[in-house]
Design a binder for this molecule. Sequence first.
Ligand code: PLP
Length: 427
Amino acid sequence: MDEKGLSEEEVLAELSFFSNLDTSFKKVLSSMCTIPHPIAMTAYYQFIHSNVGDPGLFRGVARMEEEAIKITAGFLNHPNPGAAFGHLTSGGTESNIEAVFHMKNRSAVFQDNSDTKPNLVLPKTAHFSFKKIANLLSIELKKAEVDLQSRVVPKSVESQIDENTIGLIGIAGNTEFGMCDPIDQLSEIALKYQLPLHIDAAFGGFVYPFLAPSRPAFGSKFGFDLPGVTSVSIDPHKMGLSVIPAGILVFRDKSFLDLSLDKIKVKTPYLTSRDQSTLTGTRPGAAVAATYAVMKYLGRDGYQRNVAYCMDLTDCFQKELEKIGLKPYLDPQINIVTVNIDSSAIDIDTTPAPGTNFNKETETTREKTDKIRSLLLEKYGWNVSATKTIPALRFVLMPHVTKEDISDVVSDLKKLLDDEYGKKPQR
Ligand code: PLP
């Protein structure tokens, strides 16, 4: 550290320098985050100093947090939103960790203190945060197969359950394809085996409930109206238009956690509350305020408009792709589109299902995909991602993307494909 501090001007100049290294979200088609809504930013600055981990001192943000949980439980179809229990987290990873932490703490497997390792049954398509969870909590991950639509196969889930299973995971909006698992069937399995069912709706949670009735995925069920669903992770800092960090973990009710809370609750004599049971201690009240503000400002109608905009981009993107002879690997259910750029090597009907192994031919396709992805960035400045389970480019059509971006990126993609591999046959 320097002996003497810099002037405000100098610090601000440094900040400008670093800010210029960051993206402004222009030409970003890879991120599941976006520019926060202005009302969220205003609320954030107003509560910049507040710590919702000390709710006696910050009673205002504590109230807003309760309200945000109730609103979330409401649009997740909770039969009695006031009974839901939860809090804001730093995002999907923390929410998932904490949900599984509770599963482990309330399970008999863990209480036995035996050598047996608890396990979690989850779709192959689950986010990599579960890998961290397995390591952190010493849990075995039992991965269930997915179908050609990248949705978990309920029979495969059921076949993986054994006496050491502490819970099940379902996904509403998987990271690579945006697909929603058949959560109604997972709910039945959870009830049959009396296991908790946590839904990872980090991305899809602010999309699926707000789709227009004309969309094929309208009405996809993953919320608390399904009796087996015990908790949901949903991220306001993704499609919820709040600030980073803002995740939400919501449980059906507190009684589900009694066994677990007793174990993880710690006395907090130096705070204004008597005890604390969240994973983290100090938590940003500003993120709570931002999330509360944007939810109140937009209401259901505002989120429907946000999703309609992104789905309109998704349609437009598909049309532009068609014009150059490409099409998505799966029909997008929400605003994530994966694209095979090598239609000669990958046939939509014969490509292995997501999550299965690839043959040599598709490995070549992966190299081509990686190359095109790099060139899109190097030559044209586009940030796009690639999928791991199949070799395809992945585009996330977030609120910061425009229709102009869509036609520009597809036209740049075509130029690259023509330059690199010659003219593509029309499908
Ligand atoms: N779950 C899903 C389905 C995700 O897509 C992501 C992130 O992309 C996460 C969890 C992790 O969220 P975060 O990066 O906010 O921790």
